[in-house]
Design a protein around this ligand. Structure first.
Ligand SMILES: *[C@@H]1O[C@H](CO)[C@@H](O)[C@H](O)[C@H]1NC(C)=O
Length: 262
């Protein structure tokens, strides 16, 4: 009797928490075209026949609940693309589920791993300004400790700054971009010239040199991958499009310390 009662209570708690999380995800319809004008949206575009979309659903509810609990102004929704087909052409949707951050006429496709943390990280990145100012040594250290790879413009007004902002909005979907003055840089960093653009990756840094590296956009496109990282099929595909040699170590993810025979 007691056991049965406990079971009943447990189940009801479970049902309540699932439906609460689901409540933060709005089921969108064709009014979405108007709604997106005024507020930023993170939307999952799905199809009812897509099995993986169903598996993904709890993660999507978690993303929404997390943004809600942080008091974020970003709305989370999902839209059935088989009913509202306009979205597919307009937003260039090629697979399901497609996760897109939409702010007015701007939209950013998410291409990373479908985990709560990775999706949230992407959302913070693309919902903020494309270049963020690092105004103190502490802030710079904080960014260094948090990000494996990021680009920094160092200096005041210049044509290079204009190029940097343009490239930042192009690559914001993949990387973080900052601006800073010389006095907030770590002591280990020495610049020959100011302004400069610097990439920090894996504890080292490299300075953009127009003569050697070509235009800023193509340099960023080459430098934007960490030296070592866990690869998935998407990043492998992307790197394959670059003129870069890639050494791949195949490891057993569940037992990374074991020597791989491959
Ligand atoms: C930068 O260089 C690349 C390759 O060299 C070229 O394809 C691209 O059009 C250039 N972009 C700009 C903005 O000049």
């Amino acid at each position: 009797m007691t056991a049965a009662l406990f079971l009943f209570i447990d189940l009801s708690v479970l049902v309540v928490s699932i439906s609460l999380a689901a409540a933060y995800v709005e089921e969108l319809d064709d009014r979405f075209n108007e709604m997106r004008r005024s507020e930023p949206w993170l939307v999952e575009f799905y199809a009812p026949w897509c099995e993986y979309c169903k598996t993904f659903e709890p993660i999507w509810y978690d993303v929404a609940a997390e943004l809600k609990s942080q008091g974020s102004h970003i709305n989370v929704g999902k839209l059935d693309t088989t009913v509202y087909t306009d979205a597919v052409t307009e937003l260039k949707i090629r697979g399901y589920p497609s996760i897109i951050f939409i702010k007015g006429d701007k939209y950013f496709h998410y291409n990373g791993q479908k985990t709560k943390d990775a999706i949230l990280e992407f959302t913070y990145r693309v919902s903020g300004p494309s270049v963020r100012a690092l105004t103190s040594v502490q802030l710079f250290q904080h960014v260094l400790s948090r990000h494996q790879l990021f680009f920094v413009y160092v200096g005041g007004r210049s044509p290079l700054k204009g190029q940097f902002y343009k490239v930042a909005s192009e690559f914001l979907i993949h990387n973080y971009f900052f601006s800073a003055t010389v006095d907030v840089l770590p002591q280990a960093v020495t610049l020959q010239d100011v302004p400069s653009v610097v990439v920090f990756k894996d504890g080292a840094y490299d300075i953009y040199n127009e003569v050697r590296d070509g235009n800023l956009s193509s340099w960023v496109d080459r430098e934007r991958f960490p030296r070592y990282f866990l690869m998935d099929s998407f990043s492998l595909y992307q790197m394959g499009e670059r003129t870069k040699l890639v050494a791949v170590a195949v490891v057993d993810e569940k037992n990374p310390s074991a020597e791989s025979s491959r």
